[in-house]
Design a protein around this ligand. Structure first.
Ligand code: TYD
Ligand code: MG
Length: 450
């Protein structure tokens, strides 16, 4: 047996074969930390099998009764799965898992381990959330091995570790929360989960600037990675699956944070519209796609003469690189320059929209603000915009249109390739929808703001 020593940068996670005062990757000083690797040993490999002999009886699922949470998990929790739930402090991770465990405790042996709060705090919250207190086992502990030993004795089926950054293993160097500890704790949990068929939720805090990069580097070690998003001062929160060995990725569940905890929102398609019928310049409704369903989302733009020497580009809920590219397309192909102007764009409701299908709506919102010309309130816009000013089709165009029609939107401005065939217009209940389909962004926008 031999043990290798490696060093890892605490700020960028770059591996280094030997210690140095400065990280050669990100140039941070004094950021390298020793990481002891698992001893290399010779073990007997399990013999190869024919795939046809492997038993693939469908994974049993343990539903949490929180419909939106089950949706992101791929239809319920799978025994032996390790699920990482990441998110900003205060977004509601502990609340969500306590509620889910409360439901699961009726059928399974569960354990909620807190390394951050006192048992009194957990109990007070559980009471408020109406969690069945009798069957919910809790433990305040930060020693990972002590926790796993307890779980073995109790034959725990489902466990929450809140949070992975507070736990430690005594033999491993570094304080709890350091790269080496977080990695070792996760490794121990994954091994335990597979050996004992225990499902484990690991809670991981991610700060906005990503300073505490812990959970990011764990993504490849666990089965499922969920991110809990949403602003603390808003009611709606979204859980998104960014990796799932047992379900679809990019699936999203929507919750409302109420005074009695999180409530699933099962039909969120019109949640992200500001509920005003009043036409307003800069306001455009787009149809985005989240996981397996369409979502109508409002985007607002404000373009104004810049007061400073450096015009401001502020994007909330959008990728600023992509918007910079779109503004260049607008200038070159539509002849609408935003040079010397501040551009603010906001996606309503704290949602993040990263799909290219939002391109056209973003440009329509910018143009609407520049021209100070409001769109008809029953207009929906979607489509991808290429660098040559061409409009590209987006996936699931018909389902997006159907969602828009369902919410009373009647005018769709879309890429030519997304134009439904006449027979689909009748079959899919889209007959109330008037489609304006174009090949290029300049012809579409010039018609829209004629
Ligand atoms: P919490 O689950 O503690 O967040 P995290 O574990 O991600 O840090 O959620 C804390 C926030 O949720 C806090 O701002 C208060 C709010 N909250 C409610 O609005 N209603 C409730 O019933 C509960 C339990 C929390
Ligand atoms: Mg918490």
């Amino acid at each position: 047996m031999k043990t290798a020593q490696k060093f890892v940068c605490q700020s960028c996670q770059a591996p280094h074969p030997k210690w140095a005062g400065q990280c050669s990757q990100c140039r941070a000083w004094n950021s390298l930390e020793a990481m002891s690797q698992a001893p290399v040993s010779k073990v007997q490999a399990s013999p190869p099998q024919r795939l046809s002999d492997v038993n693939v009886s469908k994974w049993p699922r343990m539903p949490t009764a929180l419909g939106e949470f089950d949706r992101v998990l791929g239809g319920g929790l799978v025994p032996g799965a390790v699920v990482l739930l990441g998110g900003d402090p205060g977004v509601g991770k502990s609340t969500l898992l306590l509620q889910a465990l409360g439901q699961l405790s009726q059928k399974h042996r569960i354990l909620y381990v807190t390394g951050e709060e006192s048992l009194e705090q957990v109990a007070a919250r559980a009471q408020r959330l109406n969690v069945p207190l009798e069957d919910t086992w809790v433990m305040a502990e930060t020693d990972c091995q002590a926790i796993l030993a307890e779980a073995r004795v109790h034959r725990t089926e489902i466990m929450v570790l809140d949070s992975v950054q507070t736990l430690g293993i005594s033999e491993v160097a570094g304080a709890p929360g350091s790269v080496s500890q977080v990695r070792a704790v996760t490794h121990a949990c994954v091994q335990f989960a597979k050996q004992h068929n225990t499902a484990i939720f690991l809670v991981g805090h991610v700060t906005k600037d990503g300073a505490l990069a812990g959970p990011r580097m764990l993504e490849h070690m666990v089965d499922t990675v969920l991110y809990f998003e949403g602003e603390k001062d808003r009611t709606y929160r979204m859980v998104r699956a960014v990796k799932n060995r047992f379900g679809a990725v990019n699936e999203m569940g929507v919750f409302a944070m109420l005074d009695r905890g999180l409530k699933p929102v099962s039909h969120p398609s019109a949640l992200f519209l500001s509920h005003t019928e009043q036409p307003m310049p800069g306001r455009v409704i787009m149809a985005t796609w989240e996981g397996t369903r369409p979502l109508l989302v409002e985007v607002q733009a404000l373009v104004d003469d810049s007061q400073g020497s450096q015009p401001r580009r502020v994007m909330v809920g959008l990728e600023s690189q992509r918007v910079a590219m779109l503004l260049a397309v607008l200038s070159r192909h539509v002849g609408l320059s935003t040079a010397g102007q501040d551009v603010f764009i906001n996606v309503v409701g704290g949602l993040r929209v990263l799909e290219p299908a939002a391109d056209l709506a973003i440009l329509a919102a910018v143009m609407s603000s520049v021209r100070n010309q409001a769109l008809n309130a029953s207009t929906v816009v979607f489509g991808e915009v290429g660098l040559g000013g061409e409009l590209r089709p987006v996936p699931s165009g018909q389902a997006r249109l159907a969602a828009a029609v369902q919410h009373g939107l009647k005018h769709a401005w879309i890429p030519a390739a997304n134009q439904p065939k006449p027979k689909d217009l009748r079959a899919e209940g889209l007959s109330g929808c008037q489609c304006h389909a174009f090949h290029t962004v300049d012809t579409l926008l010039n018609q829209l703001f004629a």
